[in-house]
Design a protein around this ligand. Structure first.
Ligand code: ADP
Length: 481
């Protein structure tokens, strides 16, 4: 059964049950009120009669004065021999009114009400025992027909049943219609999901035109967002596999070519061996970078967190980078504040080395690279600024993506340059330290990479590991670029 039908059925049944309960309550209330009125009339009539009823010397019941009684009430007085000794209104000798209204209560010792059927007519009867000087002398029974009241109650039942049925049918119809309207976006969602599965097309989205911002609307938005992310993820995955394939192909071709050459010539050519060695090194670096990246992306990069003097680390990198920069690029130190952060020294050094090496690599002769470090509220901020070739604005959002390389970088990559993984590794290391990395760049004017890291707090162990045990750190050779 569909959700719509189930919901409709559920609410219709609930409504039906509520209406039945309501009907029973109305019916019961009306019955009780009516019966109370009837009982009050019977009691009043019996009391009025008892007040004026006397027994004469012959032992007959007589009325001491005239009383006006309710015309709808029949009153019978029966002596202890079950003889009818008084009746109002008077009736023919063979009239059914001369039959006892309620013979079951002739021996009652207290006033008692009863509902009985006499001659096919529904009666309400009050039986009052009569005494004189403590001796029982008979009973007085006042009764009235309940036919009109019964008819009225039947009418109420009929109205309640008909109205309830109409209400339930209307509610069912309304439920089906409103259910269809409310759930139609879900049907569209199911269609789209099926289309995606059948056609393997992740670009499909559920139409959002006309949807309201309710639970279903939110579900659809969330579904579309998820599909968007999945599509991106799959595209990235595909590109990733293609990139790896591409990166592997060149060195493998070179290795294969050199082996073939040596086999043909029949001697171990030193130049070929060197070429093979270079390519194997390059492949090792690629695998190593990919492993680090995979660990960093999943947050599982082993890290030995301690207090790190960022200023000392920066100066260390600075002196190493001089060799790289050579005479062509001027390396400068800007403002350097003393900054303590909490993190893995080797990983952080890798980040700084990457940024400085890139800055040198992408700055042409005569250019300048400036490294600086300052302390801002709760953060240590270091930046690497160069006056190099800059990054086109269209490329800026992608520089931290895996295997991303600018066009100029690609054209240089034949000499064994980077794989386009350095910045993504830097990005994830910084992220794993709770920091941020950003880049600002102008084409042909230069770029500035800025890294913000939270300052070390008192819980962070110092370099000797005073507060925490040293965790094993995966061997990570220092590599520039
Ligand atoms: P690569 O190994 O190619 O340097 P990275 O991940 O380190 O890989 O950098 C990705 C790309 O970002 C580079 O190919 C280059 O196009 C661009 N890039 C990085 N740093 C700079 C910089 N300082 N100036 C200009 N372009 C840069």
């Amino acid at each position: 059964m569909s959700l719509r039908a189930r919901l409709t059925l559920f609410y219709t049944v609930v409504l039906g049950a509520v209406l039945v309960l309501f009907g029973l309550a109305v019916y019961g209330l009306v019955s009780v009120v009516q019966l109370r009125q009837v009982d009050a009339t019977l009691e009043r009539t019996a009391r009025d009669l008892i007040l004026v009823t006397r027994i004469n010397d012959e032992g007959d019941f007589v009325l001491s004065e005239r009383v006006s009684l309710d015309s709808s009430v029949i009153v019978q007085i029966w002596d202890t021999n079950n003889r009818l000794v008084g009746l109002t209104p008077s009736a023919e000798p063979d009239s059914p009114l001369r039959q006892p209204l309620d013979s079951t209560n002739f021996s009652a010792t207290l006033p008692v009400y009863n509902s009985v059927t006499v001659g096919g007519v529904h009666f309400r009867v009050l039986t009052v025992p009569l005494y004189t000087q403590g001796t029982p002398i008979g009973v007085l029974q006042s009764g009235t027909s309940l036919t009109i009241l019964d008819a009225l109650r039947d009418e109420i039942v009929r109205y309640l049943v008909v109205l309830s049925l109409i209400a339930v049918i209307l509610a069912g119809m309304f439920g089906l219609v409103s259910g269809r309207r409310a759930l139609s976006p879900l049907a569209a969602a199911t269609d789209t999901a099926l289309q995606i599965t059948r056609a393997d097309d992740l670009s499909k989205r559920i139409p959002t035109r006309g949807i309201v911002d309710d639970e279903v609307g939110k579900l659809i938005t969330a579904f579309n967002d998820t599909m968007g992310r999945l599509e991106k993820l799959f595209a990235t995955q595909r590109r990733f596999v293609a990139d790896i394939g591409h990166e592997l192909r060149t060195p493998l071709t070179v290795i294969r070519g050199n082996i073939d050459l040596m086999r043909r010539v029949g001697i171990e050519d030193e130049q070929s061996l060197h070429s093979i060695e270079l390519e194997v090194d390059r492949l090792s670096r690629l695998v190593e970078d990919l492993l680090i990246l995979a660990q960093a992306e999943s947050g599982k990069l082993p890290m030995d967190r301690r207090r790190v003097e960022l200023d000392t680390l920066l100066l260390e990198v600075f002196s190493q980078a001089h060799i790289l920069a050579g005479e062509q690029v001027r390396l400068e130190i800007g403002q350097i504040d003393q900054v303590l952060v909490c993190g893995d020294r080797d990983r952080l050094k890798q980040v700084v080395l990457n940024l400085v090496a890139n800055a040198i690599k992408y700055t042409t002769e005569g250019g300048k690279v400036t490294v600086s470090l300052s302390k801002e509220t709760g953060q240590g901020v270091f930046s690497v600024k160069d006056t190099g070739m800059g990054i086109p604005s269209g490329d800026l959002p992608h520089v931290f993506e895996r295997f991303y390389r600018g066009d100029k970088s690609r054209s240089r990559s034949k000499d064994g340059a980077g794989f386009g993984l350095g910045l993504s590794i830097a990005y994830w290391i910084v992220r794993n330290h709770g920091g941020e990395i950003e880049v600002k760049s102008k084409l042909n004017r230069g770029s500035t990479f800025t890294v913000r890291l939270p300052l070390a707090d008192k819980d962070c162990a110092d370099a000797t590991g005073e507060l925490s045990e040293r965790k094993p750190l995966a061997a990570q050779p220092e590599r520039i670029g």
